[in-house]
Design a protein around this ligand. Structure first.
Ligand code: GDP
Length: 445
């Protein structure tokens, strides 16, 4: 998301570089370029206007720190303004109401409601230890009900079996009754979406909202949807009292204007963002981080959080001790490492959070994508413990056996072994120079 916008804004900053002073002229020119960049990113017009006006008001007639260059000053202003636009701070879900807490999801078809319902259920179950019931009221599309049912069973979360022959409002009522009867903490109600806003849908969702009395009414919006998203936000915002927004598909490479418009238009804070199709691809929304990402500073904060959460410190320390004793980094160790990267969804999952130069390097590494990691793991798992410990014993016939066992060509085995040799060498240099410790402390170890 935001690639293009980032590129444009960086161009704007670039054009200011080397200028000692801001003149009225170059301020006006810069703001014109910022405006163009935002419009190109599909940010709603009134939002763009407010954004640019607000920056202009701050630039004009204000004394700035002399140590800042005009470019830095404007970056800071734009950064602050982006944060204000998306809403500073993180607002957690309100789970303090009398259980069952009802979360109602609203949005256009294809926005990602059903997927988000599943992601939220998993998130609540794992992070908040809540007993969650999922219910669908999409009686127009039995396939949508089935989709939620499958998700629920995959996540091992309870599902309310909706009968598509009943009216949606009745189903919503029954789901609440069931949530009360069976003492669920949270009930997530997925609703029908249409391709475009229509009155009938709005009437229905208002009725559903009336009978379920939701604590949270979340508007689910596709961050790539542009003007459609703006129209939907207006319509749903008018029909319902929205308490929050779930911004989906932020992993896409489209313009991402909805992210910047939706808060302003609905008046509701963005609580979560969807970052992929999988059920764990949901993150609390941090405007500060997204603003940094838009400006191309690299989202170092969420990267660090992700890495420290997933890196198994004990394992890392064990490896450090082993290398210190002069032992080799063997294939077993490579296996453990790959597994950790796999847990994070591959380096590629972290890519858009890295500053541009680093991302380029990471993309070239063999651990770059998840598929490749899975393949390498499969190869190592087809080896005997002895082979993993002493890779030198892997001769041609062993290679053939391992290749057959893991469904790859022998050349892949050769590549893996070569790769491993290189890493072994690297680890040796690292552990000699005390570099490994430094490397690990960078991960918070
Ligand atoms: P609904 O009609 O609003 O219930 O939308 P769905 O939940 O069925 O989602 C529509 C499509 O968007 C599906 O193919 C989902 O896999 C996909 N999707 C949902 N959220 C995300 C996300 O955060 N990232 C990506 N890449 N795809 C998503």
């Amino acid at each position: 998301m935001f690639d293009k916008l980032t590129e444009r804004l960086q161009g704007v900053m670039e054009s200011l570089r080397g200028r000692g002073r801001l003149t009225e002229e170059n301020i006006a020119d810069t703001l014109r370029q910022v405006r163009m960049a935002l419009l190109e990113a599909d940010v709603a017009l009134p939002v763009v206007k407010g954004f640019v006006d607000s920056i202009r008001a701050k630039v004009v007639g204000q004394e700035f720190d002399k140590s800042l260059t005009p470019g830095q000053m404007l970056i800071k202003l734009i950064h602050d303004e982006l944060i204000a636009l998306m809403g500073a701070g993180v607002r957690p879900l309100n789970l303090r109401a009398q259980p069952p807490v009802v979360i109602l999801l609203a949005g256009l078809q294809g926005a990602g409601k059903t997927t988000s319902a599943g992601k939220l259920a998993k998130w609540l179950k794992e992070n908040e230890r809540k007993k969650v019931l999922l219910a669908s009221t999409d009686v127009y599309r039995p396939a949508a009900i089935l989709q939620l049912e499958r998700l629920a069973s995959q996540l091992d979360v309870a599902f309310f079996p909706s009968d598509p022959k009943k009216p949606a409002v009745t189903l919503a009522q029954e789901a609440v009754a069931e949530a009360k009867r069976s003492l669920f903490d949270v009930l997530i109600v997925d609703t029908a979406g249409r391709l475009h806003v229509d009155d009938e849908m709005m009437v229905e969702i208002r009725e559903i909202s009336g009978v379920v009395a939701p604590t949270e009414t979340l508007f689910v919006v596709d961050s790539m949807a542009g003007q459609d998203a703006v129209n939907a936000a207006k319509a749903f915002g008018a029909a319902l009292t929205l308490t929050g927004v779930v911004l989906t598909k932020t992993d896409g490479d489209a313009r991402g204007g909805a992210a910047l418009s939706v808060r302003q238009i609905t008046g509701a804070p963005i609580l979560f963002m969807g970052t992929g199709e999988k059920t764990d691809a949901l993150e609390p929304f941090h405007a500060e981080r997204v603003a940094s990402r838009i400006l191309g500073m690299g989202d170092v904060l969420s990267l660090v959080e992700k890495v420290t959460k997933n890196v198994d410190r004990e394992q890392a320390e064990k490896l450090a001790r082993k290398l210190k004793k002069g032992k080799d980094f063997d294939l077993e160790d490579l296996h453990d490492q790959l597994q950790q990267v796999e847990k994070m969804g591959g380096l590629s999952a972290l890519m858009d959070k890295l500053p541009a130069q680093l991302a380029g390097k990471a993309a070239q590494m063999p651990q770059g994508n998840e598929k490749e990691i899975k393949r390498q793991l499969a190869m190592i798992r087809s080896m005997t413990p002895g082979e993993r410990r002493y890779p030198k014993t892997i001769d041609a016939s062993r290679k053939r056996r391992i290749a057959a066992g893991s469904g790859v060509h022998v050349s892949e085995i050769n590549k893996l072994l070569k790769n491993h040799m290189q890493m072994q060498k690297m680890m040796k240099t690292f552990s000699k120079g005390g570099g490994l410790r430094r490397l690990m402390s960078a991960f918070g170890g």
